[in-house]
Design a protein around this ligand. Structure first.
Ligand SMILES: C[S@@+](CC[C@H](N)C(=O)[O-])C[C@H]1O[C@@H](n2cnc3c(N)ncnc32)[C@H](O)[C@@H]1O
Length: 99
């Protein structure tokens, strides 16, 4: 099972962390150029778009299963195949630029 609330990004009102992130975003400049490093499924990216209305939003993520970081979502065995789904979703939205 993937974290469907993504650290409060899916429904910010549901968690203290989500509410803190909303307050932070409300203070960010509007219409700027934004980079989110570590995107996962993009729920927080959607909040960035809605709240800061950036001129450009750069989304950076290797979407790699990294078992050496077993205490994180992207290091958990149960999410091994979730990375492929993230890449497929984002590739439909915008072709990835590979480093
Ligand atoms: C906790 S999620 C971040 C979700 C989102 N930023 C949010 O706030 O809801 C962590 C993400 O970081 C990505 N990640 C791991 N190592 C990375 C690296 N070296 N550079 C960029 N992203 C990385 C993982 O693939 C995963 O999608």
């Amino acid at each position: 099972m993937i974290d469907t609330n993504e650290g409060g990004a899916a429904d910010p009102a549901k968690s203290k962390r989500g509410r803190a992130r909303e307050r932070l975003q409300a203070r960010m400049p509007k219409g700027g150029v934004v980079a989110e490093i570590g995107v996962w499924q993009g729920r927080f990216s959607e909040r960035i778009l809605a709240i800061t209305k950036p001129a450009a939003l750069h989304l950076i993520d290797p979407w790699l299963y990294q078992p050496e970081f077993g205490n994180t979502g992207f290091g958990k065995k149960k999410n091994e195949h979730a990375m492929g789904r993230c890449i497929a979703t984002w590739s439909r939205a915008s072709p990835p630029i590979r480093a």
